[in-house]
Design a protein around this ligand. Structure first.
Ligand code: HEC
Length: 119
């Protein structure tokens, strides 16, 4: 039921013309809110900056969410040391947020207009 609702919502998302840009912006906002403090201009934990396309390319396979390391990291078990964001940094991503990141990758994982400027 829940998975079905998610799929229906995802299909609805993809139905509208302007949506791909919306997915990119919202995925960028999500990463900016939950990830960039540790993986951005201030810090690059694990050696990764998620606001830089070259670093992103190491952890995302465009159009293939199931092959993308980033998706694996946000869906690990609660006790896993590599679960992102770490438990100390707030709640894990919910199903909607994971689905948003999957849609962004399915659409090609374009860089985020909403992320802090990379340098
Ligand atoms: C509180 C800080 C913090 C936040 C917030 C955070 N991370 Fe991390 N991240 C880390 C640390 C620390 C490591 C290094 C972990 C290790 O190597 O043991 C890491 C490692 C990673 C790596 C590299 C993993 C590897 O296999 O080498 C990726 C990719 C990553 N994080 C993605 C994310 C994503 C996506 C988010 C947001 C959903 C996120 N992180 C949020 C601290 C954070």
């Amino acid at each position: 039921m829940r998975a079905g609702a998610l799929l229906a919502a995802a299909a609805a998302l993809l139905a509208a013309d302007e949506v791909p840009a919306g997915v990119v912006v919202r995925a960028g906002r999500l990463l900016a809110d939950r990830c960039i403090t540790c993986h951005g201009p201030e810090r690059a934990d694990g050696g990764i900056r998620l606001d830089r396309p070259l670093d992103l390319a190491l952890v995302v396979t465009p159009r293939r969410p199931d092959s993308s390391h980033l998706i694996r990291l946000v869906t690990l078990g609660a006790g896993d040391a590599l679960l992102m964001p770490p438990a100390t940094a707030g709640p894990r991503l919910d199903a909607w947020e994971v689905e948003l990141l999957r849609q962004w990758i399915l659409l090609g994982a374009d860089p985020f207009p909403a992320a802090p400027a990379s340098r």
